[in-house]
Design a binder for this molecule. Sequence first.
Ligand code: 13P
Ligand code: SF4
Length: 302
Amino acid sequence: WPAFADDVDAIIELKKRRNAVVLAHNYQTPEIFHGVADIVGDSLALARKATEVEADVIVLAGVHFMAETAKLLNPSKTVLIPDTGAGCSLADSITPEDVRLLRKTYPGVPIVTYVNTSAAVKAESDICCTSGNAKAVVESLGVERVIMLPDEYLAKNIAAETHVKVIAWAGHCEVHERFSADEVRQLRDNHPGVVVLAHPECPPEVVAEADFSGSTAAMASYVATRQPPRVVLLTECSMSDNVAADHPGLEFIRPCNLCPHMKRITLGNIRHALETMRHEVTIDPSIAERARLAVERMLSVG
Ligand code: 13P
Ligand code: SF4
């Protein structure tokens, strides 16, 4: 902590001066997550809580699509992202033209788009979802078939939980696609009794080997309520660090994969963002209106 004290103190002071809040995703490092964040959570919680922010400025400690979602829901506020290079392999896997083509190929089939996409892709979609509400969103539409993009594995994992037929796209999360079913079996051999929690962006064969699958918030809440003595979270590395800090009595096994995009955000660039008021997230108004509708439809699903 002493190494971070300077930046933490400066950020706390700057937040007051700018009337700003820091929203941090569960994959942010502990010094951000526990040190300077005002609001933390999974993608769904960050979207929901963004609508309740009263401060003038939101600093999004997360990746670009999260900052765009916060801006869509708070057009009058200044939304800053500390590093514009904080992207996402899923968001990069699909373009608005791809979505328009899918609509032509499957006329009348609703398009459910994961929030891990650009605002331009959201604008071509009927409704958004996150890993925390994907099943509820798909079932809320009351149809036999949906297109679910761009995460192939999330789509297949959700398809396994519902009677709705799901047409998938071939995008993958570069962090979660690296886990394998073999790795899970080895974990169980090496750490008897370990409880395995997997994010639904993992391949279906990994989810099939796990004890539980859910969004980052659902995994944190599983640990908090069930208190598994020995547990592994098959997801981004900082997630285990953050959850472990809240549960010192539990043993966390730590095979994890780093998200290079999430790791672009540091205390240093959060401080710089507040000092310089950069980088401001803006969205073309012709896109924003339609993209907002897709996100708001999602938020209206219980
Ligand atoms: P959730 O926090 O919504 O589960 O999403 C995980 C993720 O990979 C975000 O980029
Ligand atoms: Fe994107 Fe995967 Fe990183 Fe999340 S963990 S931001 S889905 S690349």
